[in-house]
Design a protein around this ligand. Structure first.
Ligand code: TTP
Ligand code: MG
Length: 361
């Protein structure tokens, strides 16, 4: 196969049931049993959610983000564990280091996924060999399983990594992109959440193949600019370059209250606990951040967030605390009960990259 210079080969790596896989590795007696990482189910009365679960648990219909009470009802015999974030962060860092060293350009995209531009491999055949080596390396050195997708861009690579989980390797060469995407549901496209999916369905577009039949004009009329994006994505077109900065990553914590509460002191205290944990993780990773976000969920699931981007990065606990509390205020002022609060930070830089104070932005 010949590639003209504009062609890219992008790899997407996504770890398989990441938090649960790390827990299984730490305690081999868990092997083969349903393992659920998330809130305390409290015999079915718990109020949080499932962060993730292993494939044995998925057989019972358990999924990420499912209320823990429902998970418990479906699988009372499972092993329910509280998340141990520092363990997952350490494992993530090791996996990322391994991947980074194999990439022309590397973009970490979350705690358990990353994009690698591997265009210098020239052929998909050779990129596939590299993917196998990386999977074997991650398994051998870290005892963890990863799924890999290869494609001409980030969109296709990401969909490909999800194609055969766990432990899968799917390479989609440019001439087969349409064939690969066609049977998939429109929900695999970026920006298509449950509501957009419903709307597309009502227009008669269930699969990518059906969506591809829609004209640009029609999609623009129905969705505005997002419609043009959909038109491109239905064709597997995605020109986004890889972003090697730290921006794609965020660190966050959230807490679901035992009972919904409008008690300002309790909410503030809980938010500060989240801030302290986020700060601890930033310190352990040697990171400063520029974006702070507070999330609040009212009784009944209505969810809001407020975000601030600082002019200069910060690593100071007091700075994070005051930022978080001032963003929380408008949520408390409404006198409504809260179900959950959370805090997260993003736009990281390593402290050594910082300009000395006063040197400008
Ligand atoms: P995912 O890659 O979405 O899920 P996964 O790795 O657990 O499973 P899969 O094999 O399908 O890739 O998310 C990575 C980790 O992020 C996951 O192990 C736990 C965490 N997570 C949450 O804490 N809450 C969530 O709602 C989701 C989706 C993930
Ligand atoms: Mg994953």
């Amino acid at each position: 196969m010949s590639l003209h210079p504009a062609d890219r080969i992008v790899m997407h790596v996504d770890m398989d049931c990441f938090f649960a896989a790390v827990e299984e590795r730490e305690d081999p007696s868990l092997k083969g049993r349903p393992v659920i990482v998330g809130s305390d189910p409290k015999g079915g009365q718990g109020r949080g959610i499932v962060a993730t679960c292993n494939y044995a648990a998925r057989k019972f219909g358990l999924r990420s983000a499912m209320p823990i009470s429902i998970a418990y009802r479906r699988c009372p015999s499972g092993v329910y564990l509280r998340p141990r974030f520092s363990l997952y962060t350490q494992a993530s860092r090791k996996v990322m280091d391994l991947l980074r060293s194999a990439a022309d350009v590397f973009e970490p995209a979350g705690i358990d996924e990353a994009y690698l531009d591997v265009s210098s491999r020239v052929t998909f055949e050779s990129a596939r060999d590299l993917a196998r080596e990386l999977q074997a390396g991650i398994l051998g050195k870290e005892g963890l399983s990863a799924s890999v997708g290869l494609g001409p861009n980030k969109l296709v690579a990401k969909i490909a990594s999800d194609h055969r989980k766990p432990g899968g390797l799917t390479a989609v060469i440019p001439s087969r992109v349409a064939e690969f995407l066609d049977p998939k549901g429109v929900a695999i496209l970026r920006g298509v959440g449950p509501k957009t999916r419903e709307f597309l369905l009502s227009l008669g577009y269930e699969t990518v193949a059906q969506l591809r039949a829609a004209s640009r004009e029609f999609l623009f009329r129905e969705f505005g600019k997002f419609g043009l994006h959909l038109w491109d994505e239905a064709r597997g077109i995605d020109d986004r370059p890889l972003d090697p900065s730290w921006d794609a990553k965020s660190i966050g914590r959230e807490v679901t209250f035992e009972t919904d509460t409008a008690d300002a002191a309790l909410v503030g205290e809980t938010l500060l606990e989240c801030v302290a944990e986020v700060h601890r993780e930033m310190v352990s990773e040697g990171l400063w951040c520029r974006t702070l976000t507070v999330k609040a969920r009212f009784s009944g699931y209505e969810t809001h967030s407020k975000q601030t981007t600082l002019r200069l990065s910060t690593g100071g606990l007091a700075h994070l605390e005051s930022g978080a509390l001032s963003m929380l205020e408008p949520f408390l002022g409404q006198g409504r009960s809260l179900r959950l609060v959370g805090f997260s930070v993003a736009k990281f830089s390593p402290p050594e990259d910082l300009l000395p104070l006063g040197a400008g932005d």
